[in-house]
Ligand binder design. Structure first.
Ligand SMILES: NC(=O)c1ccc[n+]([C@@H]2O[C@H](COP(=O)([O-])OP(=O)(O)OC[C@H]3O[C@@H](n4cnc5c(N)ncnc54)[C@H](OP(=O)(O)O)[C@@H]3O)[C@@H](O)[C@H]2O)c1
Length: 347
């Protein structure tokens, strides 16, 4: 259906419009092979299975991730296979390896992309940056995308709670004439609350910007800046953490999620509202040049290249863990660990 977002009309697909029964009918003869069992793989594969689809998982065996798949109930030789075997068995190949891992596995996937199959992504990365990834699908397969707008962990959690994360969907190539039905059915099948239309390029550029920006990078940067200023002015770690992070995540963001920023403001003191209304524009003006620099770095492919270079190394997980440890060990997040322990629901 067409729906107005502000004054702009967009295509969306809701569960009412495309119910689960219809999705099951569209995909009744398909074997959906979920390749990779990292963060997104488990969420999508388990939701599809619980929704009644025919799903198998492909995962390299000499890895702890294989054991995780077994622990989640996937049975070796029945529903869990080595990657190449899953590529051979699947009619829809859900390419959910890390973006760098996709480059390494591409020759194998390509070999098994026989006419009529579908190649499914949850990120426009591999296809958009084809000069860097070498991922150029054959013309007689569907190339489709469903990108849940959140972590695979949230996708699964919300599904179990009877809710649904929203996802974008896109068709890069309709090789069979069935790409639209297939992509929407898969989007509903993985547990999306609703689907909004995009294309591969817009998906990857907005996603890389968002995660480097307000969703993850910018938010940590702003937290750190405010925390450091409060600490430098004699505030204790607990006070600085509570005023920077805890109140935001526990009290204010749920209000924003429920009814928007204006509603959250309206539910704070008039002193807080006055200050927030005075200060949001200076913060926008100070950070906008950084966002422009970031978008440019995404658009020119620099961010993609950096990600490929660092995540293609065999010790990529060890290196990422070392950087995460630095965050974890920072005073702000150490203070956070103590604050979380003090929440009544954790006692
Ligand atoms: N993370 C999210 O919640 C999220 C959200 C939206 C979209 N996406 C997209 O979903 C896709 C999957 O992302 P993810 O975060 O789930 O990835 P991830 O957690 O990094 O998944 C890694 C998976 O890829 C496998 N892998 C990595 N390198 C490999 C290689 N060289 N050969 C074989 N297997 C390899 C891993 O196996 P080992 O464990 O054995 O290394 C693991 O199964 C990406 O396109 C991502 O952009 C992710």
């Amino acid at each position: 259906m067409k729906l107005k977002f502000g004054s702009v009309e967009e295509n969306v697909v809701t569960r009412e419009e495309f119910p689960l029964e219809k999705a099951r009918e569209v995909l009744k003869d398909e074997v959906i092979a979920v390749l990779g069992y990292g963060v997104q793989g488990p969420g999508q594969a388990l939701n599809l299975k619980d929704n009644g689809f025919n799903v198998i998982v492909g995962q390299r065996k000499d890895s702890k991730t294989w054991d995780k798949a077994v622990a989640d109930g996937w049975v070796p030789g029945e529903t869990l296979f080595e990657l190449e075997e899953a590529c051979e068995k699947g009619t829809i190949l859900q390419f959910l390896l890390s973006d760098a891992g996709q480059i390494a596995l591409w020759p194998t996937v390509k070999k098994h992309l026989t006419p009529g199959k579908a190649l499914y992504f949850s990120h426009g990365f591999g296809v958009t940056y084809k000069e860097k990834t070498g991922i150029v699908p054959p013309s007689d397969v569907d190339v489709i995308l469903v990108a849940p707008k959140g972590s695979g962990t949230s996708l699964r959690r919300m599904f179990v709670e009877g809710r649904g994360l929203n996802s974008s969907y896109a068709i890069f190539q309709d090789g069979t004439g069935r790409a639209k039905d297939r992509v929407v059915a898969l989007g509903i099948g993985v547990g999306s609350g609703y689907l909004f239309e995009t294309d591969f390029y817009r998906e990857v550029t907005s996603d890389l910007t968002g995660e480097r920006g307000t969703l993850m990078g910018a938010i940590q940067g702003i937290f750190a800046a405010q925390y450091e200023v409060l600490r430098a002015n004699g505030h204790t770690p607990s006070e600085a953490f509570n005023e920077t992070v805890e109140e935001l995540t526990q009290s204010l963001m749920p209000l924003v999620a429920e009814n928007g920023m204006d509603w959250m403001y309206a539910n704070c003191s008039t002193t807080a509202q006055r200050g927030a209304l005075d200060w949001w524009k200076p913060f926008r003006d100070a950070t906008k040049p950084v966002f422009e620099e970031l978008y440019d770095s995404v658009k020119t492919g620099k961010e993609a290249q950096k990600s490929i270079d660092s995540n293609s190394k065999s010790d990529y997980r060890v290196k990422l863990e070392a950087e995460l440890k630095e965050l974890r060990d920072s005073e702000m997040w150490q203070a956070g660990a103590t604050v979380r322990k003090l929440r009544p629901e954790n006692n």
